[in-house]
Design a protein around this ligand. Structure first.
Ligand code: ADP
Ligand code: MG
Length: 328
């Protein structure tokens, strides 16, 4: 962009953000003034989450703009899902190296595709120039006192994971290894770039689960947050991990569990359930948008033990993503 007309060009970009068709009735004032005004219903609490994606740190610089629009919102909606909240609004702080209208159009398409699927309205933001950085804040609603926390797990509770952990990490590994086309690449890459936030599941878990977190850093790392917050330990049965066919096709057969246990970016929900509520989870499975699998249980103490099919303790390694792969 020319340095002499920065405001005009960013104004053009801002105009793109007003193109969304979704208009919620609880937004008396959206984009265009100094601030947005929203109406919070009586009896509900506001849940606020924020996540930043930095080019070259959180995503490869050549990631398609559509995927970045989708993912920058998806990671936030995933946090709302983990809180048991229903998403309502979002704000967007976008730092762009230059005003590339084609990029912005694609970015908005990805963002608004996901936003309209969940009835979430963009109500404001900020646009600046600098290295590509995307910050989204999402705002959700939860019935008073009903937010799902990390701190409620108790010894004897069952540990569940949604979907298929490890697929996103294997997508990244394939991308970085230059091994495309691998037959599972398209699926694994879409799990990395366009994750589906588990919003219906999170809403359904409020009132059933004793603790919940979304998996962004890796199953074991995020489980540790629940364990620390709840002052408990865990025992995981590795043969129960729901490893998909695409996962098995791309994972290193010498370290079949590594990506599922340590790979990040899955945005699945990891949650604990008191045993007497197991029936509720079984009924939920019938209507859930994804698989729900019991992978272990909460224990006394503060250790995490991973047991293999023979009951032998498995010590997870923490190798980098490029070690997960089958060699060519
Ligand atoms: P101000 O100077 O008062 O902060 P701005 O010129 O930054 O206002 O923004 C004008 C309007 O455009 C505001 O309503 C703001 O929320 C909105 N806006 C700016 N950037 C974005 C963006 N990236 N996404 C959504 N809305 C934006
Ligand atoms: Mg102002």
């Amino acid at each position: 962009m020319s340095a002499s007309h920065p405001h005009g060009e960013f104004q053009l970009i801002r105009d793109y953000f007003q193109q969304q068709s979704l208009q919620r009735t609880d937004v008396p004032l959206g984009i265009g003034d100094d601030g947005a005004v929203v109406s919070v219903p009586a009896g509900r609490q506001l849940v606020l989450v924020m996540d930043t994606l930095v080019a070259g740190v959180h995503f490869p610089v050549e990631t398609p703009a559509y995927d970045l629009g989708w993912k920058s919102l998806a990671v936030n909606l995933s946090d709302l899902a983990a809180m048991g909240a229903e998403p309502a609004w979002l704000t967007l702080a976008l730092t762009l190296p230059h005003s590339d209208v084609t990029w912005v159009r694609e970015f908005c398409r990805g963002l608004f595709d996901l936003a309209s699927a969940h009835n979430v309205q963009l109500i404001g933001g900020d646009t600046t120039r600098g290295p590509l950085t995307i910050t989204v804040q999402a705002h959700g609603l939860v019935e008073e006192g009903k937010a799902l926390l990390r701190s409620g797990a108790a010894a004897g509770d069952l540990i569940y994971i949604s979907g298929h952990p490890g697929e996103a990490a294997l997508g990244l590994a394939l991308l970085q290894s230059g091994q495309q086309p691998h037959p599972s690449f398209a699926h694994l890459l879409s799990r990395l770039n366009c994750p589906e936030p588990r919003l219906h599941l999170g809403r359904a878990l409020a009132g059933i689960a004793s603790a919940c977190i979304d998996v962004s850093d890796g199953l074991l790392a995020d489980l540790q947050h629940i364990l620390t917050a709840s002052s408990v330990g865990a025992e995981l049965q590795l043969q129960q991990l729901p490893l998909s066919a695409d996962y098995r096709a791309a994972a290193d057969s010498a370290q079949p569990y590594t990506a599922a246990l340590s790979g990040g970016d899955d945005y699945e929900l990891l949650f604990t359930v008191p045993r007497q509520r197991q029936g509720d989870i079984n009924s939920l499975m019938q209507q859930s948008e994804c698989m729900l699998t019991c992978i272990g249980e909460i224990t006394e103490g503060n250790r995490t033990r991973c047991l293999d099919a023979n009951g032998i303790e498995y010590l997870p390694d923490s190798l980098g993503f490029d070690h997960f792969m089958e060699s060519p």
